[in-house]
Design a protein around this ligand. Structure first.
Ligand SMILES: NC(=O)c1ccc[n+]([C@@H]2O[C@H](COP(=O)([O-])OP(=O)(O)OC[C@H]3O[C@@H](n4cnc5c(N)ncnc54)[C@H](OP(=O)(O)O)[C@@H]3O)[C@@H](O)[C@H]2O)c1
Length: 369
């Protein structure tokens, strides 16, 4: 059986040119008819109903994706086939969502009519949650879990929260610790803010003034304008005990901003979402995380010269735990504001262009297929 999918088609020369110039030459992707992915015994097949867009999708198209890779990570849909030993207790017809490692493989990606995914790395959409909402708990959400719970060791939402009721003891802990979430209005940032609050932390965030109310409505205790010349000092004065930071922007001077705060408050680690090199501040280290390590498989970019990444089994375990508990946590973990885009696959390409041009603020683009 065949399906339609958005597939990368750039050669290595153009990708290197894009990397060097910061531009995007050519379209880089085309709609193709492909065979529906073949399942391993551990996997399920999903008919995709909605997809959410991430900056990583256009970055893959422009720079990382080899030819013939299916683009796209986040999805929501319905199970149409179940591998013989697939974990998760799936049945045909179950509603399902999650993220896959799109942009690198010819048979794995969400901007397609069908996708395959390991049975324990997807979550069951509860009644009352729409596909377009469910699709947003992909890369942005799992990155927040990876940064906060798996790497910084914040209490897991399923441990810290009585997910069946309204009682949230963690939020009433008198000596709650404090974390800085830089760029709290990014979709990744909104999930970081929420998971840090569920872990009982005081959350100090940065954003543009236009996003202050949004970030506060997701739980941030205080929000500072990252463009203000006094923001670093204001944060240090008001919160002299910040123990760690996640830089959800990780470009320009954002990580340096976080480092200045932590140096004064005694914090030791800034998690970054893009490669910001090494910290030049003694006592404060940078740790780059990548959502792709959650999928449990090694991978490589820009072969044969680019970097190789080992599988990190503990990250895979973390993703399985997060998605197993998400159906019960969902009432405590809001999706980002959603902007629905029309036009199916064409709409996805237009949405990716908006992301590429920095035209999206405080919302997640979602397309229905
Ligand atoms: N390593 C990983 O695994 C991983 C995972 C997820 C995301 N990422 C990366 O993290 C970044 C954020 O991703 P996302 O999907 O969360 O982004 P997003 O929602 O598309 O981000 C949009 C937001 O960026 C903020 N922004 C724009 N310019 C800024 C600046 N100069 N300084 C600070 N913030 C600025 C804007 O906030 P205001 O409107 O408030 O200014 C806007 O709301 C991207 O670079 C993405 O590739 C990496």
């Amino acid at each position: 059986m065949m399906m339609k999918a958005l597939v990368s088609n750039r050669n290595i020369g153009t990708r290197v040119l894009n990397l060097a110039s910061g531009k995007s030459f050519g379209k880089g992707v085309e709609l193709q008819d492909l065979s529906i992915p073949t399942l391993s015994s551990q996997e399920i097949l999903v008919k995709v109903h909605a997809v959410a867009l991430n900056p990583t999708d256009f970055k893959h198209i422009d720079i990382i994706s080899p030819r013939n890779a299916i683009i796209g990570c986040d999805y929501a849909g319905v199970v149409t086939s179940v591998g013989k030993e697939a974990p998760g207790g799936w049945k045909v017809g179950d509603r399902v969502a999650g993220a896959v490692h799109g942009g690198l493989f010819p048979d794995r990606g969400s901007f397609a009519e069908y996708l395959k995914v390991d049975g324990d790395l997807a979550w069951k959409i509860p009644d009352g949650i729409k596909d377009e909402e469910a699709a947003t708990y992909g890369v942005s959400a799992v990155t927040a879990m990876l940064a906060l719970n798996a790497r910084l060791g914040l209490p897991w939402a399923d441990d810290a929260v009585d997910v069946e009721g309204d009682n949230n003891d963690a939020q009433q802990t008198p000596n709650a610790r404090t974390i800085l979430i830089y760029a709290g209005s990014t979709c990744a940032g909104l999930f970081h803010v929420q998971l840090a609050k569920l872990a009982g932390y005081t959350v100090v965030a940065t954003a543009s003034p236009r996003s202050f109310d949004l970030v506060k409505s997701y739980g941030a205790d205080t929000v500072y304008d990252y463009k203000s010349a006094s923001a670093v000092q204001d944060i240090i004065s008001a919160f002299p005990n910040i123990s760690s930071a996640v830089d959800c922007y990780s470009e320009g001077k954002s990580t340096e901003f976080c480092t200045k705060v932590l140096k004064a408050t005694g914090g030791r680690k800034v998690i970054t979402l893009l490669d910001m090199g090494k910290s030049s501040t003694p006592g404060v280290e940078y740790e780059l995380i990548m959502a792709y390590t959650l999928f449990g498989r090694p991978f490589a970019w820009l072969q044969p010269v680019g970097p190789k990444f080992a599988a990190i089994p503990s990250d895979r375990t973390a993703l399985a735990r997060f998605y197993a508990n998400l159906p019960r946590l969902i009432s405590k973990l809001k999706p980002p504001p959603i902007r629905l885009i029309d036009g199916g696959f064409d709409g996805i390409l237009m949405g990716l262009d908006d992301l590429r041009q920095g035209k999206v603020s405080g919302s997640k683009l979602v397309a229905k297929l």
